[in-house]
Design a protein around this ligand. Structure first.
Ligand code: URA
Length: 408
């Protein structure tokens, strides 16, 4: 039966609910092996899935665990998700903004996938920060302080957790159907009423074309309808990294600067404002301009940053203890000119090679390493001037880092 199912998908045929159920639940029970699941996932990547298959698999993922019932809260609960990018620390910024405006936000995040970083890895760079809250703790915290950012609790869509880890190391991440199933099973199980999904496109994203992003957008909305959840999407660029920092502690520190209103005008700040504004519109039904004013006010008044501190404290983190590696090397421009491009994908790959992400699913993370850009696209540079800082703990070849930048 198992090999028959793999062969059927290899030939591009449609799998029934029963076949998907037997295969995926068999994997969860240990009857289907890693190599068999990897093979099926690769066949799905290559041959795709019909809508019927995608809806069936989403149901199987949701049914593998519990669905949080948040109806005891009197307000609508929002959630946001990004398909992942380089330097994408938007959750760390948007969630406190929205919560500081009295809109409850419950966010269950993932670890890094491929060369894209994960919010949970970033938060774990804050010493003590707990990412393993139970369902009860999640519900109490969202009621008490209106914000939770935790790892997926063990009881919600456990199927996604195991499949996600396997996809990460088997080259089966970039599949629109698998991404739709993964995201929506977690979002439905997480219980939020209104869900915003930031779909990234570009060389540093899981999806490379606008067409794929639109396909994903349609799918997540259709799945939302089935479960009576309002789903909105934003398709955003991931050809250049978001902000200046890549690496876990570095990214938390950059998020803090934005929450304090210290960095305005860069692509990360702009995207965060757009996403937070959209969430406020969805939750409160107010016009865009009013929502944007509320968002800006929450930063300027310091209430967004206070909410971030409240979140970290509630989850036992000690923000004073966050640190980056003391070993730093500067990449210097080899010629004078203008920065024409910064390759998000190279930044992702090189930060993983420094230890900021995982190569195999058992790998640990070196939280204090990463890359800080000193220049952005459009900046002029002089030969010999510093263009990026590399925070490292183990030896590496600085020369390899030069191809991040295109200077002309
Ligand atoms: N984010 C997810 O949660 N799942 C994916 O498969 C990709 C991005």
């Amino acid at each position: 039966m198992i090999v028959h199912i793999i062969n059927k998908k290899r030939l591009g045929k449609e799998l029934s609910y029963h076949e998907l159920d037997v295969f995926f639940n068999g994997y969860l029970e240990g009857k289907v092996k890693d190599y068999q699941m990897s093979s099926l996932l690769m066949a799905i990547c290559i041959n795709g899935m019909s809508e019927e298959e995608i809806f069936s698999l989403t149901k199987i993922f949701i049914d593998s665990g519990d669905v949080l019932d948040l109806s005891f809260l009197s307000d609508v609960v929002v959630d946001k998700h990004s398909t992942g990018g380089i330097g994408d620390k938007t959750t760390l910024i948007i969630a406190p903004i929205v919560a500081s405006l009295g809109i409850p936000i419950l966010k269950m995040s993932g670890r890094g996938l491929g060369y894209t970083g994960g919010t949970i890895d970033k938060l774990e760079s804050i010493p003590g920060y707990r990412i393993d809250l139970s369902d009860e703790e999640v519900m109490k915290q969202v009621e008490d302080i209106g914000i939770v950012i935790t790892g997926q609790t063990a009881s919600l869509a456990p199927m996604d957790k195991v499949i996600y880890a396997l996809r990460d190391v088997t080259g089966t991440v970039s599949s629109v159907p698998l991404i739709a199933v993964s995201i929506m099973s977690k979002k439905i199980a997480g219980g939020a009423d209104k869900i915003l999904i930031d779909i990234k496109v570009g060389n540093g994203a899981l999806l490379q074309t606008r067409k794929e992003a639109e396909e994903l957008s349609n799918l997540v909305k259709k799945i939302g309808q089935i479960y009576q959840r309002e789903v909105e999407t934003i398709i955003s660029d991931m050809n250049v990294p978001l902000g200046y920092c890549i690496g876990n502690s570095l990214e938390v520190m950059e998020a803090i600067r934005i929450l304090k209103g210290e960095e305005v005008g860069n692509n990360l700040t702009q995207l965060c404002l757009e996403l937070a504004t959209k969430l406020v519109c969805m939750a409160r039904g107010v016009p865009v301009q009013d929502a944007q004013d509320m968002v800006l006010q929450s930063i300027q008044s310091g209430s967004a940053y206070q909410k971030f501190l409240e979140l970290v404290k509630a989850q036992h983190g000690d923000i004073e203890k966050i640190s980056v590696s003391k070993k730093v090397k500067i990449i210097k421009a080899e010629i004078s000119g203008v920065v024409k491009d910064i390759s998000a994908i190279r930044l992702g790959e090189l930060s993983v090679s420094l230890g900021a992400g995982r190569i195999s699913k058992e790998d640990g993370i070196d939280y204090g390493v990463g890359i800080e850009l000193l220049k952005q696209v459009g900046d002029t540079v002089k030969k010999g001037e510093g263009i990026a800082k590399v925070y490292y703990t183990k030896s590496f070849h600085l020369q390899e880092f030069h191809d991040i930048f295109l200077i002309k």
